[in-house]
Design a protein around this ligand. Structure first.
Ligand code: FES
Length: 163
């Protein structure tokens, strides 16, 4: 688990200000906007959201946990997702995941302490012909070898370092 960074509540209030008070129908849109702002849904932001909409925090969490796309833990600036579905698995996905775990020094399902990378794996994203498949920041990379993945990760690390 990554320690949650302190968040700027003004950024939350800027999002909430775009939605009318006490209209619970806006909840999902607000959650999407907050996640776009912070890359995850900080606890303090969910509290503010509940109070803005006049609903309970339990209702907010109910929606957050219902949808797979919402994240309650901080996420990295870059997200590396290795497909571990059957087709990718037989074409070497486990070696890709091991390589990424070594390169990023985290286990799958975790985020680096500097919040630069999140590593995760999924079961089939429906692009089996491209297997083994890695998704880097939303971009699909098919027929990836461990070396190729390492190079891509190094490139992203460098990019970050040069900022
Ligand atoms: S098993 Fe990887 S995309 Fe289907």
């Amino acid at each position: 688990m990554t320690t949650a960074p302190k968040i700027d509540l003004q950024r939350v209030n800027d999002v909430l200000g775009r939605y009318p008070k006490s209209d619970a129908r806006a909840l999902v849109n607000i959650l999407h906007d907050i996640q776009a702002e912070f890359r995850y849904l900080p606890e303090a932001a969910l509290k503010e959201t509940a109070s803005h909409l006049g609903i309970s925090e339990a209702q907010v969490y109910g929606v957050v946990t219902f949808y797979e796309g919402f994240h309650l833990e901080p996420r990295g600036e870059h997200v590396c997702t290795v497909c571990m579905g059957t087709a990718c698995h037989v074409r070497g996905a486990p070696r890709l995941l091991e390589q990424a775990e070594r390169d990023l020094e985290i286990k799958s399902g975790n985020t680096t302490s500097d919040l630069s990378f999140t590593l995760e794996h999924v079961n089939c994203v429906g692009a089996c012909a491209l297997g083994p498949l890695v998704i880097l920041d939303g971009e699909y990379h098919g027929h990836v070898s461990p070396d190729k993945l390492s190079r891509k990760l190094r490139k992203l690390k460098k990019k970050k370092g040069s900022k």
